[in-house]
Every structure is written in structure tokens, then in C-alpha cells.
Write a protein that binds this ligand. Structure first.
Ligand code: C2E
Ligand code: MG
Ligand code: MG
Length: 426
């Protein structure tokens, strides 16, 4: 017998159905919404448990989408792990958001697949007829653009706006735009607190780069760092980030003791022999205490030019600066490369942390990384803490430091100082 997911309309049939429905709505002067739902971590289910398990997960997801849909035809599969859900006869725009909330509560849950428990993560995009499109192809395209925007911004839901299309449009001369942005001061640093999990005290902040582009609005590092690496502009950006972070960190109140700053260093910058000198100059310029600066580097940075990277890291470390290995567990370097890094800190990637309570395998990985870090005399940081129970489990597992939305999101310099004042009033 065919399962419901196997009966789910494919993209072509779904678009045809949507087109007809849009014509009927047009005749009746009514509006409808399309919710595009993506299962972010679907590939992981395939990798962990095999393709049959992946198919079983898709079946279950479709079944739950039918519970939200007005009729089964309102659900279609747009691509591998992306579904479309039509919300017809809208009385107001909130109705689509309510449907999206329902989808969220039905899908962000633990699924039983092939005897294993798997917790899904989803992102959604919404587009409206007639507001955003008059034909079904365009409506689907705009729903997908909204979804893409949610994925790049790491948010759960984005509603389509023209600025999204603008922001994601191709053919933009990003290289020249970045050069102008440096001149026009369009880059900003935001700060996310890191706390000591045993005392609950904030002791440092990670600097996260933002680009407030006049043309495209707010852009996140993943939108432009790859282009900066490709075009060679990355060293200019790294230099700007270092100077700005050290200047800002000097202003942080030190009434609770020393407060450190962590700066992310791109793979490409780490391979440049002038990096240690650039850092020395920034420290001298701001008369900064080098032991209060941490550089966060990613494991995958070591895939090529390992000798230059290690030499740079020793140079930097000899100047008293701390080294943190970021996104640990997701890179491709081997443990034999890892042991050559003169590290002080290990950051467990957020993909293992956020659902460690429900995903036993991730819990094991987190516990093993903590153990590994401690064996190497390193401090271990868990990033991506979103829930209290995760924080409690990390304290139990003897993790040293924590970072995540539960503790504080990234904030601009002024907000960060206010956050510090409220968090630790004198
Ligand atoms: P990262 O260094 O691993 O930074 C953590 C990312 O996770 C940040 O995203 C942060 O906003 C996000 N995050 C923090 N807490 C949570 C949480 O509880 N849940 C979830 N889901 N996410 C959380 P962001 O700012 O988009 O940065 C992405 C990456 O871009 C960073 O990953 C870092 O590798 C890179 N990056 C950021 N700033 C710079 C920079 O100045 N230079 C370079 N080269 N790379 C940077
Ligand atoms: Mg980082
Ligand atoms: Mg990270």
C-alpha cells in the first residue's frame, strides 16, 4: 500500500494545483498563502540511519503536514526535503503565520525512525497571493526565497518582501561593494557573551561581524565572508575587525575583573604569513593586554598550508594571545593535526549542543569532546545553548564555558555594555 508521503504531489502537480486555486481565489477576490517548509537536518537522518530511514522520516513529516492542511491536496513536495503547504481563503495575514506556528509545533519534535529517535529542525518561508505573485511558479519561487533568507539568517520563519529578493539577487558586484563598505563604515561588530558555567559570570564576548549595507540591508558573515576570501579582501576585513574589537573591548567595564574579547579568524587569513604582525600592531595601537584576546579558528583551516598555519599560531601564542578551536567536531582535520595546534580552548559546535537533551548521540559527542578537551588541558566552551535544560546538562557534564541565545544573543557595543551592567549590577 502506498504511504501518504509517496502520494504527496510532486512539484509539477503541486504548482498546477496551486495555479488553479489561485485563479479561483482571484475570481472570489480572496487571498491565499504558501508556506515553504524545509527540514534543515534531513541529510543527517540519511547519513546516520540510511536512506530507508530518511524515506520513513519524510512519510511521517508529510503525515503531520496533512494534520495542518485544510485538504491533502494542499501539501506538495517541492524538492528533496522541502514541502509546500497552501493556506487558502485567508481572512487576514495572521492566519498563515498561525498555520506556520502549527507546522512548527507538529514538526519540531522527536521522530521514531528505524528504531532510532531523531529530532528535526525546520525553517519556513511564506509568500502571499495576490500580494507577492500572480502565478503559481512565481509564488513558489518567492516562498523559496523567503525560506532561503530564513536559512541564511538562522531564523525559523521569514515572510517574503521585495528586499529579500534584492538582498539575495545575483550579479551584485560584491567585491567593489565591500571596498566601498569599508570606506563608508558599513561594517559593525556585535558581541555575544561567554559565561563561566560554574559561576554563571560573563568573562568574555565573541565579536561577530555584521554588514549594514546601504543597498542590501543587514548581511551576516556567511553572506559575504566567502566572497571576501575569494577576492582577497579578507585581510583588510580581519584588520578592521581586530582594531574595532580591541577598541571596543577597552570600554567594557572592568569592575568585575578582566573581560576578554574573542575574534574569529578566517581560514585564509590564518595562512597569511603577515597575520602575526597585523595582530601585534593592533595590540600595540590600542595598548591592549594580549592575554585578553582570543582568536577563534576553525578546524578545517588546517586542511592546507598546515606548516604556515602552525608557525603563525606559535608566533601569536608566544605573544600571550589565546587560541580557541571553533566548531569542533564539524571540520575535516584529523586528530593528529589537532594535537599540533597550540590551543587553549575548544568550542563544541552548536549542531551537537542545541538538541543534546533529545539526541542521545549528540549528548555522547558533547561529553566526549569535554573529556577530550580536559585531557589536553583545554577549557571547553559549548556554543548554541538555547534551553535551560541544555545548560544544566552541560554543567553536569563539567563543561567550563557556555554561549548561546539562552544567555544572550549578539548585541551591538552599546547594548552589550547595558547587558553587562544589568547582568552584573555593581
Ligand atoms: P561562529 O564563530 O561559530 O559563531 C557562532 C554563530 O552562531 C554566530 O552566527 C552566532 O550568532 C550563532 N549563535 C550564537 N548562539 C546561538 C544559539 O544559541 N543558537 C543558534 N542557532 N545560533 C547561535 P553568525 O554571527 O551568523 O556567524 C557565523 C559565522 O561567521 C561564525 O561562526 C564565524 O565562523 C563567522 N564569523 C563571524 N564573525 C566573523 C569575523 O569577524 N571574521 C570572520 N572571518 N568570520 C566571522
Ligand atoms: Mg566563533
Ligand atoms: Mg562556532
Amino acid at each position: 500500500m502506498l504511504t501518504q508521503a509517496q502520494k504527496v504531489a510532486d512539484r509539477n502537480s503541486f504548482v498546477l494545483y496551486l495555479d488553479n486555486l489561485m485563479s479561483q481565489h482571484d475570481d472570489n477576490h480572496e487571498a491565499l498563502a504558501l508556506v515553504v517548509v524545509n527540514i534543515n537536518n534531513f541529510r543527517r537522518a540519511n547519513t546516520l540511519f540510511g536512506f530507508r530511514a530518511g524515506d520513513s522520516l519524510l512519510n511521517q513529516i508529510a503525515e503531520r503536514l496533512y494534520l495542518v492542511a485544510v485538504a491533502p491536496e494542499m501539501v506538495g513536495r517541492l524538492s528533496g526535503h522541502t514541502f509546500g503547504l497552501i493556506v487558502p481563503n485567508l481572512k487576514n495575514m495572521d492566519q498563515a503565520q498561525l498555520a506556520a506556528n502549527k507546522v512548527h509545533s507538529k514538526l519540531v519534535d522527536t521522530f521514531e525512525i528505524s528504531g532510532n529517535r531523531f529530532r528535526t529542525r525546520i525553517a519556513m518561508g511564506i509568500a502571499y497571493f495576490p500580494k507577492n505573485a500572480w502565478d503559481a511558479e512565481t509564488l513558489v519561487e518567492k516562498g523559496e526565497l523567503a525560506l532561503e533568507s530564513a536559512l541564511t539568517q538562522d531564523t525559523q520563519l521569514e515572510v517574503y518582501t521585495d528586499s529579500i529578493k534584492h538582498k539575495l539577487s545575483i550579479g551584485w558586484d560584491i567585491e567593489n561593494a565591500m571596498v566601498d563598505a569599508l570606506d563608508n563604515e558599513e561594517f559593525e561588530l556585535h558581541y555575544q557573551p561567554k559565561i563561566d558555567l560554574h559561576t554563571g559570570e560573563p568573562f568574555a564576548a565573541e565579536a561577530l561581524l555584521r554588514w549594514r549595507s546601504q543597498e542590501k540591508g543587514l548581511l551576516l558573515p556567511n553572506d559575504f565572508i566567502p566572497a571576501a576570501e575569494e577576492t582577497g579582501l579578507i585581510m583588510d576585513l580581519t584588520d578592521w575587525v581586530l582594531h574595532t574589537a580591541l577598541r571596543d573591548a577597552q570600554e567594557w567595564p572592568d569592575k568585575w575583573g578582566k573581560h576578554a574579547v574573542a575574534v574569529n579568524i578566517s581560514t585564509c587569513s590564518l595562512r597569511e604569513s603577515e597575520l602575526p604582525e597585523l595582530i601585534k600592531q593592533a595590540i600595540a595601537c590600542w595598548n591592549f593586554r594580549s592575554e585578553l584576546l582570543t582568536l577563534e579558528i576553525t578546524e578545517s583551516a588546517f586542511m592546507s598550508n598546515i606548516e604556515t598555519c602552525i608557525k603563525n599560531l606559535y608566533d601569536i601564542k608566544n605573544n600571550g594571545i589565546k587560541i580557541s578551536v571553533d566548531d569542533f567536531g564539524t571540520g575535516y582535520s584529523s586528530l593528529s593535526q589537532f594535537k599540533r595546534i597550540p590551543a587553549d580552548e575548544l568550542k563544541i559546535d552548536k549542531s551537537f549542543v542545541y538538541d543534546m537533551i533529545d539526541d542521545e548521540q549528540n549528548k555522547h559527542i558533547v561529553e566526549l569532546i569535554i573529556e577530550l578537551g580536559h585531557r589536553f588541558q583545554l577549557k571547553v566552551v559549548a556554543e548554541g545553548i538555547e534551553e535551560t535544560r541544555t545548560l544544566e546538562a552541560l554543567v553536569d557534564a563539567n563543561c567550563d564555558y557556555g554561549q548561546g541565545y539562552l544567555i544572550g544573543k549578539s548585541m551591538d557595543q552599546e547594548e552589550y555594555i547595558r547587558w553587562l551592567e544589568t547582568f552584573c549590577p555593581s
